[in-house]
Design a protein around this ligand. Structure first.
Ligand SMILES: Cc1cc2nc3c(=O)[nH]c(=O)nc-3n(C[C@H](O)[C@H](O)[C@H](O)COP(=O)(O)OP(=O)(O)OC[C@H]3O[C@@H](n4cnc5c(N)ncnc54)[C@H](O)[C@@H]3O)c2cc1C
Length: 393
């Protein structure tokens, strides 16, 4: 006998999405998180169209509710600024979308929003409950967690690791922890107020300065006149260059001709804080007998942009389908989920690492941005994005 069908460790966007999809399938489950919500998570706070697509698939008015929510800030475009100061800017305000293709929201708000939508008929949500032990047996998995009331063990048929970048489930399952520098980005975030010069349609701004490459700097507008500001670089480059991201961030804010203007009257609201971004690679095993990993625990982040909220939620959605099949068939090996994920993201992973490589070569990046700005190419790429995103909306 087990206490529940599925136990999910971590209620970030990946774990909360999986919970919502399992509830739609009427599958009882326990969702554990060591934090108390609302809780912060170091992130760029950029929300992409795959998030909206996942909300749409959740049904129950989730998408409509999300786009009306005051903490979700619609952003209608983005700009890449090249090392020589050229910029390519895409605006989608007049593209005929039903809503903005990007949003920003502090993770404090977004993650709390998703948790507030959990369906308590099927989901037992235990916050402030840290998983401390996992014992995978032939016919069940025992999961031990610790909270104010002490230590408790529950049994489930399937355990899901959605615990983010610090791989507690992987470790407790006794699996090898995949950690290759080529598949990791290091990044810093600082919230600011008073950043000026954002585009009137609230664009996401990416800066590829020569001193930062292959790293990049971002500034994203947030509600209430605040901004999410940060810097990211692959771990291989951080080691090779002995890069100090904190100093680089300060330098670009002070000295970059466009950035320094934007930050002339700006004030940081916190000290900069760092976190790792595990990027997607099929070399990472993300499922097996009675377990699967989703979101950052599975290293689902897109390698070029650092986007992980959408892939985390998509991996939750796909995992729910495979869990349903496993429970129906009584065959708890979730390797079909592993194969499904890497088939689904095959081209995105290939293109992402390809684009990541261009960041090593400023002249290539300059040429790409100059070429991309040519009228015909820009119209074509704009139309291509519009066409593909409309399918997601
Ligand atoms: C600086 C930075 C900028 C980024 N910018 C963007 C961006 O703009 N857009 C984007 O899409 N992505 C971005 N990402 C990536 C994004 O933040 C992650 O991909 C995303 O948070 C993954 O969600 P998740 O649900 O897998 O994990 P998380 O959001 O990390 O959630 C994991 C949860 O597990 C819980 N947990 C951990 N250990 C335990 C335990 N032992 N017991 C119980 N619970 C536990 C934690 O409390 C947490 O709530 C960025 C990342 C960084 C570091």
């Amino acid at each position: 006998m087990t206490d529940t069908e599925v136990c999910i460790v971590g209620a970030g966007p990946a774990g909360a999405s999986l919970s919502l999809f399992l509830s739609n399938k009427k599958i009882p489950h326990v969702l554990l998180d060591k934090a108390v919500f609302p809780r912060d998570k170091i992130c760029g706070d950029g929300i992409t169209v795959d998030v909206m697509n996942t909300l749409k698939r959740m049904g129950n008015g989730m998408l409509e509710d999300f786009i009306e929510h005051s903490e979700m800030d619609p952003c209608w475009g983005f700009a890449f600024h090249s090392p020589t100061g050229k910029q390519i800017r895409y605006d989608f305000k007049d593209a005929g979308f039903p809503y903005a293709p990007f949003f920003t929201a502090k993770r404090l708000e977004l993650d709390n929003y998703l948790v507030s939508k959990l369906n308590h008929q099927y989901c037992t949500f235990l916050s402030q409950s840290a998983v401390t032990g996992i014992n995978r047996q032939e016919n069940k998995v025992d999961v031990t967690y610790k909270n104010k009331e002490g230590e408790t063990t529950i049994s489930c048929k399937i355990i899901i690791g959605a615990e983010g970048e610090k791989p507690i489930v992987t470790r407790l399952l006794g699996l090898d922890h995949f950690r290759e520098k080529e598949n990791l980005i290091g990044a810093l975030r600082v919230y600011y107020k008073g950043v000026k010069g954002f585009h009137e349609n609230r664009h996401l701004e990416f800066f590829y300065d020569k001193k930062l490459l292959p790293g990049y700097f971002w500034a994203f507008p947030l509600p209430n006149g605040e901004a999410n500001v940060g810097l990211g670089m692959t771990s291989t480059a951080i080691s090779a260059k002995k890069a100090n991201l904190k100093n680089m961030l300060a330098d670009i804010i002070e000295n970059h001709p466009v950035v320094s203007e934007m930050f002339a009257d700006a004030e940081p609201l916190e000290k900069n804080r760092g976190w790792g971004l595990p990027t997607a690679t099929p070399n990472r095993l993300i499922a097996g007998e009675r377990y699967a990993l989703i979101g950052d625990a599975a290293g689902m982040i897109e390698p070029f942009t650092g986007k992980g909220i959408g892939p985390g939620m998509v991996s939750g959605r796909l995992a729910a389908d495979h869990i349903e099949t496993a429970l129906q068939n009584g065959d708890y090996n979730l390797m079909p989920y592993h194969h499904h994920i890497y088939k689904y993201y095959k081209s995105e992973i290939k293109v992402g690492y390809g684009l990541q490589k261009t960041l090593k070569y400023p002249f290539v990046l300059n040429n790409v941005i100059s070429l991309a700005n040519l009228g015909a190419f820009k119209n074509w790429s704009h139309a291509t994005m519009v066409k593909s995103w409309k399918q997601w909306m």
